[in-house]
Design a protein around this ligand. Structure first.
Ligand code: KIV
Length: 271
């Protein structure tokens, strides 16, 4: 029988993902925003889903993630949670809703009550006390380093991070501190392949790359990019629909290529 991701047979947990990292088995994440696509992801074996604040751009027509509100996030987390009972669901905390640990606790509670199993927050070591506070209270946290789109105006644009030694060292140090604070997962966005590898080998939590090379424990892509809906797709993304012919096929092909070590290749990574 040809290899191919199957429907998820039981709910995916943080422990499932840690075991997959330990076993060297890659997992898949898709950023998506609605119930039918979430159901399709469950049927095609996608282990983790992200209701990203990218919905500001992919669904709502904004130029960045900055205008996204808690109410918009909650609306989409609820929709995804209704469509999928097996994948692990992560919800982004949007811009400026976790500037203090107290604010983070209030807003993470709302995202969890909407149906998420984990919240994602963008930023470095300054978030370690927040990660500690949330995780000690039973809220799993996915950290997000490298290109952090909520800081686009501070970073000076959507650009690769960590190409020079100083910034690479900072990102590595942030990753270690967030790991020690108890973060459960780490998204690494737009960093050179070597840095993605080094961080993945250093931290205990599983890493999920997007433009971070092939060595991370998992990969995430935005559904709009997988299905060719994006007008100017980023270098790290790939339209899997062209080859696959239909939407379930595109999700399966993406999963298969990640698990088989075919995606991302050098053309979809940064040096
Ligand atoms: O908002 C989002 O979809 C994300 C992913 C691109 C990682 O943060």
């Amino acid at each position: 029988m040809p290899y191919g991701p199957q429907e998820l047979s039981k709910p995916v947990t943080v422990q499932t993902l840690r075991k997959m990292k330990a076993d060297g088995e890659k997992f898949i994440c898709v950023a998506l925003y609605d119930a039918p696509m979430a159901a399709m992801a469950q049927r095609t074996g996608v282990e983790t889903l992200l209701i990203g604040d990218s919905l500001g751009m992919t669904v709502l027509g904004y130029d960045s993630t900055i205008p996204v509100t808690m109410e918009q996030m909650i609306y989409h987390v609820e929709a995804v949670a209704r469509g999928n009972k097996k994948s692990l669901i992560m919800g982004d905390l949007p811009f400026m809703t976790y500037a203090t640990p107290e604010q983070a606790l209030t807003n993470a509670t709302r995202i969890m009550q909407a149906g998420a199993h984990m919240v994602k927050i963008e930023g470095g070591a300054w978030l370690a006390p927040t990660v500690k506070m949330l995780t000690e209270r039973g809220i799993p946290v996915c950290a997000h380093l490298g290109l952090t789109p909520q800081s686009v105006h501070k970073l000076g644009g959507f650009r690769v991070q960590g190409r020079d030694d100083e910034r690479a060292g900072e990102i590595l140090d942030d990753a270690v501190q967030l790991d020690e604070a108890g973060a459960d997962l780490l998204v690494l966005e737009c960093v050179p392949t070597e840095l993605g590898k080094r961080i993945t080998e250093t931290v205990t939590m599983p890493t999920i790359g997007i433009g971070a090379g092939p060595h991370t424990d998992a990969q995430v892509l935005v559904i709009n990019d997988i299905l060719g809906l994006t007008e100017k797709p980023p270098k790290f993304s790939k339209n899997f629909l062209v080859e696959a012919g239909d939407i379930p096929g595109a999700l399966r092909k993406y999963a298969e290529d990640v698990k088989g070590g075919i995606f991302p290749d050098a053309d979809h990574s940064f040096s």
